[in-house]
Ligand binder design. Structure first.
Ligand SMILES: NC(=O)c1ccc[n+]([C@@H]2O[C@H](COP(=O)([O-])OP(=O)(O)OC[C@H]3O[C@@H](n4cnc5c(N)ncnc54)[C@H](O)[C@@H]3O)[C@@H](O)[C@H]2O)c1
Length: 448
């Protein structure tokens, strides 16, 4: 592809698996990626600014339960290099650095690239010829070229040229924590470099840890493809959330409608309503594009409307709780409400952007004694917007009977829905989790 010596040397190292793969940010995305490359026989170094994570990994302890207790056992002693550190001056030891740091939104829904910029500046300080840097964090098109690259060059003391001395690409992460059907190794990986040599090297590298690698013509295409995937979900979820409100007023069960429509073998894909969006991606990433669109004088109206509908959902759900308590002659103020599920989706402990926090906060503001039950989270910890200081209520018949309303926010499969149906005075269900018990519950069950 190119006769450039740095390119050739790195390509050879990647091909014979002597290139050291550095992963920057060992969270939900970075940690499984680190082990995927290590499993493939590549020497790896994980970098994280959180020293507690480094201590745990060195002890072989995995802090992300959905990845399994054994994920890190014996790694430090393995024959293939496995090292982790919070010392970023060691970034020069890695031949390839894959950046998996957070990309949140600021208080005014603006992209917060501070983690990417800080990371890029740290990489720049030890940048050397023959390194490949790949950004994996979800972000707007142009970040790799216009934000990350200049930040690296700013702190670099050497006169290095991207595409010749060192190489830069973008490859979006498509991790879905808790999903059983796919994992880091089996989810196809999009790869787009700032130039052909960078794309080439990044594709060669990912082929070790990942089964299917898909080349895009540029970093910008790969950046935008990731946003499209999340916008697609965000907009479709908003559509069924809106439909839920409309159909409820017509006394039609939206879940039955979706089930019926899903029998069409083509041209339809089911999306399901809920109490609001959760997780690190879908509530956040679409707004990276709305922000960027304004820079070119355009408005991404579908995304903005979807955002509006989805963010109104917790208010709608609390309104349904109030309406159904009222039907039983009770006010929200002074009522005891048990929110089931604090995590944002079933069977994991991830609470990021979980609508359950907003439901609890709204109910507290209205004077309810709102508590939660979640087998994965014994107590609430401080999250971006909330610090609720609550402890999980044990799900026993006696406890259920003490509450005026049980609000199903996250349908963990370990909840005993039969027992809940038997003992609850009222259940407001946002997930269709109580479907089987609708007959026996009668007016004690409401959808929201
Ligand atoms: N969680 C998911 O399911 C998921 C899925 C697809 C894409 N993503 C994207 O991947 C990116 C990472 O997300 P995540 O869920 O892994 O985040 P995370 O919060 O779980 O992990 C990020 C890690 O980066 C570390 N970190 C922060 N700044 C650092 C720095 N300067 N140097 C080194 N380490 C640093 C943090 O300590 C943390 O351990 C985000 O852009 C996110 O949108 C996440």
């Amino acid at each position: 592809m190119t006769s450039n010596a740095h390119y050739q040397a790195l390509k050879a190292k990647i091909e014979n698996k002597t290139a050291v793969v550095g992963i920057m940010g060992l969270g939900y995305v970075g940690l499984p990626l680190l082990t995927a490359f290590h499993d493939a026989g590549c020497p790896v170094i994980g970098y994280d600014i959180d020293p507690e994570k480094i201590v745990l990994i060195k002890k072989g302890q995995n802090y992300l339960p959905h990845l399994g207790d054994d994920l890190l056992k014996g790694r430090m002693q393995s024959k293939t290099k496995f090292d982790v550190t919070s010392d970023l001056s060691r970034l020069g030891e890695a031949d390839a650095i894959l950046v998996c740091v957070p990309t949140p939104l600021g208080t005014h829904m603006e992209p917060d690239l501070s983690y990417i910029i800080t990371t890029a500046e740290a990489i720049g300080k030890t940048l050397r010829p023959g390194q490949l840097i790949v950004l994996e964090s979800s972000t707007y098109p142009g970040t790799t070229r216009d934000d990350m690259l200049p930040a690296m060059l700013k702190t670099s003391t050497k006169k290095l040229k991207s595409g010749e001395d060192f190489f830069v690409a973008f490859s979006p992460e498509r991790e879905d924590p808790g999903r059983k059907s796919h994992n880091t190794k089996t989810i196809p990986k999009l790869v787009g470099g700032l130039d052909e040599p960078s794309t080439d090297l990044a594709c060669a590298l990912y082929k070790h840890g990942i089964e299917t690698v898909v080349r895009t013509s540029s970093a910008e295409v790969a950046e935008t493809a990731k946003l499209l995937e999340n916008i697609f979900r965000c907009v479709n979820i908003a559509m069924v959330n809106e439909l839920k409100v409309v159909l409820d007023a017509m006394n039609i069960n939206v879940w039955e409608v979706i089930e019926a429509a899903s029998t069409k073998p083509f041209g339809f894909m089911p999306f399901y309503p809920g109490p609001g969006l959760g997780g690190h991606c879908i509530p956040i990433d679409p707004f990276y594009l709305t922000w960027k669109a304004k820079e070119v004088g355009k408005t991404a109206r579908f995304i903005e409307l979807a955002g509006e509908v989805n963010t109104s959902m917790p208010h709608y759900v609390v309104h349904k709780v109030a309406e159904n308590l009222n039907n039983q002659g009770k006010a929200v103020k002074g009522s005891k409400v048990l929110v089931l599920g604090l995590a944002y989706k079933p069977d994991i402990a991830d609470t990021r952007e979980s609508p359950s926090f907003e439901l609890l906060e709204l109910l507290h503001t209205m004077g309810a004694d709102a508590q939660y039950s979640d087998p994965y989270l014994a107590r609430t910890t401080k999250v971006r917007k909330y610090d609720l200081k609550l402890e999980s209520v044990a799900l026993t018949p006696e406890n259920i009977a003490k509450f005026d309303c049980v609000l199903v926010s996250t349908n963990h499969s370990s909840f005993d829905y039969g027992m809940i149906a038997k003992h609850a005075k009222l259940v407001v269900d946002t997930r269709n989790a109580m479907k089987k018990y609708a007959g026996e519950m009668g007016k004690r069950l409401a959808r929201a």
